[in-house]
Design a protein around this ligand. Structure first.
Ligand code: ASP
Ligand code: MG
Length: 419
């Protein structure tokens, strides 16, 4: 017997009709003999609406209360989905994250899962039930409700799959899988059939919204195979798994972008040991996720430090920067919220020189100015002006030969053979 964990995102269960459709899918799978656990998100844009409600009341609501609020979204969907299954004459039971023993650290808003005590899920499966679990939420060891960060239902699904030793974790979403670029911006983007954890981690970290970064980390650490696919058709999606390092890998797997970060610059700080340590200790104490960092030293012994951080951390970041500026006697500081980051990801770039040069050339030819650069062994990212990010993504996708047209002849041959 196969044990499957499936996750349905907000769009997949966004209306009563869709909830019925998902209930039907779950029942069919159960009747085929599989044990099945469904992890669901809040319906449609419910989480956004809850965030907006809170922001109309406060510009800086307490993190604990935000978790209390946001966790309600998923509780609505699990109950409705269980009701839909009962309505069709089958047995299902819904559980919240805390009820199925998802234990997290106490960092509200981006809690990390520490343990999954899935006994309750096992018992319900043994009774033949379809088990429905609320994504995105857990509780600390002393019972405080936490959430796992936006998109966190993916991580719940992977964690439950790991905890139960499931055969596969299927993440159902509103696109056919992971693409070489966001198809809304690059119509010629292609679906990727198989991708390594390593590349998927870089794609997710640099803006590919299809899987939450944490979920991929969790999957890699626990060897959970993810199948990311559409809930609206039966096409095979993208498999995320360990890919044999000895296999020839694409130089570039995808182009991603991220407009969720802002750039903060602190000007004229004294150039002496310990300054960067002070700045970034303050940021980490304020729970600000710093991404790129650039420091320019001038000849007069002062230095400018720029870094990027999520706009969602900005209130905390600004408060911390203000303190640091007066403590270090820096001259001034500023925030630029109109930046964007564009990244190239590909395991093959480890062994192919010249990728960075080609990237910078393609951006130059598209008239995109580069503000900051950072690299890992399989990723190159550039911060650019926000309003040029789409043209940057398109230029890179074309420059690295990822556009579907160039692949179409291969695909035609393949399907020609098959039919
Ligand atoms: N409902 C949460 C969100 O919108 C979690 C999720 O959808 O995965 O971020
Ligand atoms: Mg998602």
């Amino acid at each position: 017997m196969t044990l499957v964990v499936q996750k349905y995102g907000g769009t997949s269960i966004g209306t009563v009709e869709r909830i019925h459709a998902v209930a039907g899918k779950l029942i069919a799978r159960r009747l085929s003999g599989d044990d099945i656990v469904a992890v669901v998100s809040a319906m449609g844009h419910v989480t956004d609406e809850l965030v907006s409600l809170a922001s109309q009341i406060s510009s800086d609501p307490p993190d604990r209360e935000m978790d209390m609020l946001l966790a309600t979204g998923e509780q609505v969907s699990i109950a409705l989905l269980a009701i839909a299954i009962h309505e069709k004459g089958h047995d299902a039971v819904s559980f919240t994250g805390p009820q199925v023993g998802i234990v997290t650290d106490p960092v509200h808003g981006k809690a990390k899962i520490q343990a999954v005590r899935a006994d309750r899920v096992r018992e319900a499966l043994a009774q033949g039930k379809i088990v429905i679990v609320a994504g995105f939420q857990g509780a600390t060891a002393d019972g405080q409700i936490t959430t796992l960060g936006r998109g966190g239902s993916d991580t719940t699904a992977v964690a439950i799959a790991a905890g139960l030793g499931a055969d596969v974790c299927e993440i159902y979403t509103d696109v056919d899988g992971v693409y070489t670029a966001d198809p809304r911006i690059v119509p010629a983007a292609r679906k990727i059939d198989v991708i390594s954890y390593e590349e998927m981690l870089e794609m997710a970290a640099s803006g590919a919204g299809v899987l939450q970064l944490r979920s991929v980390e969790f999957a890699r650490n626990h060897g959970v195979v993810i199948h990311c696919r559409s809930s609206f058709n039966d096409h095979p999606g993208t498999i995320v798994k360990e890919v044999d390092e000895t296999m020839e890998q694409a130089i570039i797997s995808g182009v991603t972008y991220d407009i969720s970060e802002a750039k903060i610059t602190i000007r004229d700080v004294p150039d002496r040991p310990g300054v960067a340590a002070t700045v970034f200790t303050r940021m980490s104490d304020a729970n600000v996720n710093v991404d790129m960092i650039i420091q320019n030293v001038s000849e007069d012994g002062s230095t400018d430090i720029s870094f990027t951080a999520p706009k969602t951390d900005l209130t905390r970041a600004k408060r911390a920067v203000e303190e640091v500026v007066s403590e270090l006697h820096a001259r001034t500081w500023s925030v630029d919220e109109s930046v964007a980051k564009v990244s190239l990801v590909g395991a093959g770039m480890k062994t192919h020189p010249g990728v960075a040069a080609q990237m910078f050339r393609a951006l130059a030819e598209a008239d995109v100015n580069i503000d900051m650069i950072s690299t890992s062994s399989i990723r190159i990212s550039c911060v650019v002006e926000g309003d040029k990010v789409e043209q940057a993504v398109r230029a890179l996708h074309t420059s690295f030969g990822l556009d579907a047209d160039e692949q179409a002849s291969d695909m035609r041959t393949l399907s020609g053979r098959g039919e």
